[in-house]
Design a protein around this ligand. Structure first.
Ligand SMILES: NC(=O)c1ccc[n+]([C@@H]2O[C@H](COP(=O)([O-])OP(=O)(O)OC[C@H]3O[C@@H](n4cnc5c(N)ncnc54)[C@H](OP(=O)(O)O)[C@@H]3O)[C@@H](O)[C@H]2O)c1
Length: 359
């Protein structure tokens, strides 16, 4: 089969012919139809964004495709099924929080390296082998929509955080960092989960306006100024009532004060989901006032990625039409135009944009 092989940091992957993957016990092989290209793929390949992996491997995190081979222990998956391939490879022998490797990208720590080694090859290829439990049927789809279904991969991230703090229909949620790729997805997911109000924070007024326009009257903007108290007040004003949940997905460049501005707006008894990268580039610590947390019964929950059962539930929301996959502008490229696809992904990074290899 044809695949893009990443052999050395700083050397762009070349499309070459490699042996077809072979499904072992507990595996599935999928014919890839659409594979995502991350906005920061060029940074991973150049080494600018350090990741933990062993080379060589085929990049590509997740896919939409059709099952071509199932292992002997498959009970429901059938050859020909349209599936979402979840790149979140979890340790099967863990009794606690499992180590995770993101297939075709990275291990989340040294304990996940055996997973990265075993399922090292991702979806920039004609075929993809992955664990049975990572392959989720999506029902029949039009092949032309395969790239659109890949947007589930972006939306699963905020779905993990919003679910982890139990966002319920009728509640009001603040999405802090709403103008980014994952933040805008969080707004869409919160609406699909039935939020009565979504306060979208950010500095980029054009994107805030676009989120409001697509928000069915439930999205209200709060433009951030960098003045913590003024920003908290702006969020409360935009909410027009008590804020049940604050969801933060700000990047490492953002400050702790930007996080606190949103957190401090939550109502007594409120819940806070932290999924961003603040502090990962160094900087100060996030300091929570102990009495404020204690007296107000505040829950704070960190979340990396999402639990396994989230995938099927989000697929169901998309199939029902409640989660609108048509918000996304999908740009498609053939595998042989990989370099152009990588450039396009970087150039179009941001809300509701997806670059896809069509294989
Ligand atoms: N927990 C997980 O499982 C998980 C998974 C994936 C990603 N993440 C995290 O999600 C973060 C956001 O990713 P993304 O792709 O959505 O990022 P992004 O597209 O770059 O968006 C980040 C947003 O943050 C806002 N921002 C506020 N202060 C900023 C500053 N000082 N510099 C730059 N932007 C600033 C920007 O909006 P305004 O300009 O409008 O303010 C921007 O739209 C990542 O950094 C990563 O750490 C977490």
């Amino acid at each position: 089969m044809k695949a893009a092989l990443f052999e050395r940091i700083g050397k762009s992957p070349a499309v070459v012919v490699v042996p077809d993957p072979v499904a072992g016990d507990g595996d599935v092989v999928v014919d890839v139809v659409a594979a995502p290209v991350l906005a920061y793929a060029h940074e991973v390949l150049s080494g600018e964004r350090p990741m933990l992996f062993e080379l060589p491997f085929v990049p590509g995190t997740g896919a939409i495709g059709r099952v071509s081979v199932v292992g002997p222990d498959a009970t429901e998956l059938k050859v020909g099924d349209w599936v979402y391939c979840d790149p979140t490879i979890r340790a099967r022998d863990s009794q606690g929080l499992p180590a995770i490797a993101l297939q075709g990208l990275t291990a989340n720590g040294p304990t996940a390296l055996p997973l990265q080694r075993q399922y090292r090859n991702g979806s920039w290829a004609e075929r993809l082998r992955l664990p049975l439990e990572n392959v989720v049927p999506i029902g029949d789809i039009d092949a032309d929509d395969a790239g659109r279904w890949l947007t589930l991969g972006t939306m699963l991230v905020p779905y993990g955080g919003l679910s982890s703090v139990g966002l319920t229909a009728g509640e009001t949620v603040v999405v802090n960092g709403s103008t980014g790729a994952f933040g805008s997805a969080a707004v869409a997911v919160a609406l699909a989960m039935g939020a009565a109000g979504v306060v979208a924070t950010g500095r980029n007024e054009a994107v805030l306006d676009a989120l409001v326009a697509k928000g069915s009257g439930r999205v209200r903007p709060a433009r951030m100024t960098g003045d913590q108290d003024a920003d908290t007040a702006a969020i409360r004003t935009a909410a027009r009532g008590p804020i049940d949940v604050v969801f933060d997905i700000l990047p490492p460049q953002a400050s702790e004060a930007q996080v606190l501005a949103a957190i401090r707006s939550v109502r007594p008894g409120g819940r806070i989901s932290l999924m961003g990268g603040v502090g990962m580039g160094g900087g100060g610590e996030l300091v929570f006032p102990y009495p404020w947390l204690m007296r107000n019964n505040i829950t704070i929950k960190g979340q990396w990625m999402y639990p396994r059962d989230a995938v099927g539930r989000l697929v169901a929301l998309a199939r029902s039409g409640v989660l609108d996959l048509h918000r996304y502008e999908v740009s498609e490229f053939p595998l042989d135009a990989l370099a152009e696809a990588i450039d396009n992904a970087a150039a179009t990074a941001g809300p509701f944009a997806r670059t896809v290899l069509r294989i």
